[in-house]
Design a protein around this ligand. Sequence first.
Ligand code: UT7
Length: 332
Amino acid sequence: MSQLLRAKISALGTYVPPRVLTNADLEKMVDTTDQWILDRTGIHERHLADKGVASSDLGLEAAKKVLAQAGIGPSDLDAIIVATVTPDMLFPCTACLVQDKLGAKDVWGFDMNAACSSFLYALQVGSRFVVSGDHKKVLIIGVDIMSSIIDYTDRATCVIFGDGAGAVLVEPATDDSLGLIDFLHEVDGSGGCSLFMPAGGSLNPATHETVAHRMHYVHQDGQAVFKFAVRKMAEVCERLLQRNGLTGKDIDVFIPHQANRRIITATADRLGMPADRVIINIDRFGNTTSATLPLAMQTAREEGKLKKGDMVLLAAVGAGFTVGASLLRWAF
Ligand code: UT7
């Protein structure tokens, strides 16, 4: 058995498709207003992929930036994990498609789906391969083309989601004070009916009826998800901080899943975090599901808020229900 190491995030790359859908655009599509969307969600605009562009395409762009930043080639990777709820197709997995488009040789990979917690969970799974000593370079991609499963006649969901991708490289930490420290994940399957896509899987394969009943779109009980998210995101963060002898005041940067500005601020308030340490970019991207965390990391970097040595708290909550938090010291 190899000696246990610590894993760190050593590079970050993101990509959003160029096309922007503003709240003003949505006002022309469904019965909504810019004011309602801003007040209830904090979203101003979101990016959407064009027809024919798939998750593997967005993921590829983010991956290329990571490789360039790390100064490595695709075949230097040991594994590729793609976190997504909108794979190009049910199979083959999107990780294989990205591997092929990247031209990575002698690498393995797979997809992970834990809805909006997918990237957070994938980060921990990938880091375990590094911690075990089995791998030295694991690429984690969080990508979703939510517009491919959103009903743009349903005002309750179409205003929330956007498309995007982000990727990180996970490597062994040579400096033991940096890297991933601890994580706490939990699922509660009793919430499955609050946010789901009813058809397209083995339970309800595609038929004329499933299409006619709009079952291939996201269905959400917004209030149920909101209540769970506000309660559980803060709770897992508090428990994770507590068992590491920390409080919200010890966190330099809080990077939460971007589902609703009100969920983020309620969580930050309960953890006692000042607003300038909380990363929010939902106004520009909406909820990109598996891509929110790397996109928010990128925003934090661009705003000069995320520096080497910073104590970072990541948190996510999503369909399932899935919830989780990770603690790390930023390593570059
Ligand atoms: O990524 C993890 C998964 N998702 C989440 O975390 C989402 C969690 N939930 C939420 O963010 C919020 O529940 C929403 C943003 C989805 C909705 O906000 P809300 O404050 O919970 O609104 P609501 O569902 O209670 O609806 C309030 C009213 C309703 O009208 P009535 O019944 O009061 O007349 C809705 O029909 O707002 C109406 N409404 C809208 N009005 C204008 C719903 N969507 C819209 C809209 N524009 N887009």
